[in-house]
Design a protein around this ligand. Structure first.
Ligand SMILES: O=[N+]([O-])c1ccc(O[C@@H]2O[C@@H](CO)[C@H](O)[C@H]2O)cc1
Length: 499
């Protein structure tokens, strides 16, 4: 038996809409034959696929991080601006792929603008540094009358783009990163680059690289050291986390979002330790700019040491199961439950590469299973996140110890009282939940769910197209008591009101 208690006055604070971001990297087929394919029947006059853009709108992505990922750490952005016919292909060392440079900064930023999505740009702190970063920022945000802003104007774009969010490199703690650095080297470089970037545009928000995962040997020490250099310069510290079902250990996989919550709490604690030493009133917030289910250990390892490839090779095209969708839903609940700390989130990635949207070159685009919980949460989670109290049993897992059997997150729109309640049942049996709202009145209109047993594991396009949200089990109301039933291994989004 589980009890969920909500009160409209117990709020964590507003859910930053930027938590529902995604990520476009020059990797595999994310850009070419993903968002961009000039020969595709749905391509617009700029060469971008309308079918993919429509699915991106339906997904509700609010932010797109670009151009990497590992790619950014050897990227020469200047090679991909100006007349397309003069651009030269570039050998990307991160993915050992020939990058044709047909899509660059202008094409991407104008795409974001047309789609009404906020761009989040990363600068190269692997092979490059301060000079290239401030040039790119001036190119994007500078007013007419200086070299790089004037180059943008010469390239046909008069108005500055006003890019607000900037990542100071990518995963610089990872030995795989081109130009990998230790925490002192990176911390110094991030602080110096960030300071110089603020001289170009003081209004920007800066993200320092945190750890590539909680399992990195340097985790914790990395955050503390990096922030000891750049606490006063940056606004956010990044987090990246990917989870997968390993060796058929379903319970641990279903507990992934608890590990994600622990990770957030630890990064916040590391940042706050530096703030405390400095007696600083400033709080560093979190940019969770890569998260997803990724069969990294079980499948990706076989994809390393590839020969050099061209023409947008199929790299990391994970096909998701219905169970993966449940775990993605639960991770979205975790992000909402940390609305007081997480300012930005990016589901990695948007198209084809560990993505909610898949395409065939010249062919269709479709939704993977993981599309549905994301689109649902992005649509419904509005207003303030509530402090949700969940009294429930435990699920014993090999990797994360005992985790809650049922988890929940909720948002209330302060204007309308509209309630969204997201509930995960991590167990393999139906669960009954009593919803208590002492001193307040709740109404639930019903909901929709993703179920783990709905589609067999990883059956590909046809199964994905047949998959979708199903109606939640009926809600029973007796007096003030609401009773919910949760299907086994499911993530359910209920809507209603709370006043
Ligand atoms: O834990 N790892 O072994 C590991 C390895 C690579 C890795 O790369 C990150 O994930 C890639 C795909 O989104 C992005 O380009 C990069 O930032 C992230 C994690």
């Amino acid at each position: 038996m589980t009890t969920i208690t909500l009160h409209p006055d117990f709020r964590l604070g507003p859910v930053d809409r930027r938590v529902f971001g995604s990520f476009v990297e020059h990797l595999g087929r994310c850009v070419y034959t993903g968002i961009y394919e000039p020969d595709h029947p749905t391509a617009d006059e700029h060469g971008f696929r309308r079918d993919v853009a429509d699915l991106t709108q339906e997904l509700g992505a609010t932010v797109l991080r670009y151009p990497g990922g590992n790619f950014v750490s050897n990227y020469v952005w200047e090679d991909a601006v100006g007349p397309v016919e003069q651009r030269k292909p570039f050998l990307d060392l991160a993915w050992r792929t020939v990058e044709p440079n047909l899509v660059g900064t202008d094409e991407f930023l104008q795409y974001c603008e047309r789609e009404g999505i906020a761009p989040m740009m990363a600068v190269n702190l692997g092979t490059r540094g301060i000079e290239a970063a401030i040039a790119l920022l001036e190119y994007c945000n500078g007013e007419a009358g200086t070299k790089w802003a004037d180059l943008r104007i010469a390239n046909g774009r008069e108005e500055p783009y006003g890019v607000a969010l900037w990542c100071l490199g990518n995963e610089m703690d990872g030995p795989w990163q081109i130009g990998h650095k230790d925490a002192h080297e990176y911390g110094r470089l991030a602080a110096a680059t960030g300071r110089a970037m603020r001289q170009v545009d003081p209004s920007i928000e800066l993200v320092a690289c945190g750890s590539s995962s909680m399992m990195m040997d340097t985790f914790g020490e990395w955050e503390r050291t990096v922030l000891s250099y750049c606490y006063d310069v940056v606004d956010h510290i990044s987090m990246h986390a990917y989870y997968e079902e390993l060796d058929g250990d379903r319970a641990s996989f279903l507990g992934s979002a608890t590990a994600m919550a622990t990770f957030i709490d630890r990064v916040a604690a590391s940042a706050d330790a530096i703030g405390a030493e400095r007696r600083s009133d400033k709080q560093i917030t979190i940019s969770f700019d890569e998260w997803n289910v990724w069969y990294l250990v079980s499948r990706f390892v076989g994809e390393t040491n590839l020969p050099i490839q061209r023409d947008a090779p199929r790299i990391i095209e994970d096909v998701y199961s219905a169970l993966d969708a449940v775990v993605v839903g639960d991770m979205l609940s975790t992000l909402i439950n940390h609305a007081d700390r997480v300012a930005v989130g990016c589901l990695a990635q948007l198209v084809n590469v560990i993505a909610p949207i898949m395409t065939e070159p010249g062919g269709p685009a479709w939704r993977q299973t993981t599309f549905h919980p994301f689109a649902t949460a992005a649509r419904l989670a509005r207003g303030d996140a509530l402090q949700v109290k969940v009294d429930t049993g435990t699920l014993t897992t090999a990797r994360h110890g005992d985790v809650p059997a049922v988890t929940a997150a909720a948002t209330v729109d302060p204007e309308t009282g509209a309630l969204a309640l997201f509930v995960t049942n991590r167990t393999d049996v139906e669960q009954t939940v009593t919803l208590r709202t002492p001193g307040a009145t709740a109404r639930l209109d019903g909901g929709s769910a993703v179920l783990a047993d709905h589609v067999g594991p990883r059956e590909g396009r046809e199964a994905a197209e047949a998959y979708g949200m199903v109606d939640a089990l009926p809600v029973a109301q007796e007096g003030d008591a609401l009773t919910l039933r949760l299907a086994p291994e499911s993530w359910t989004a209920f809507t209603g009101s709370l006043r």
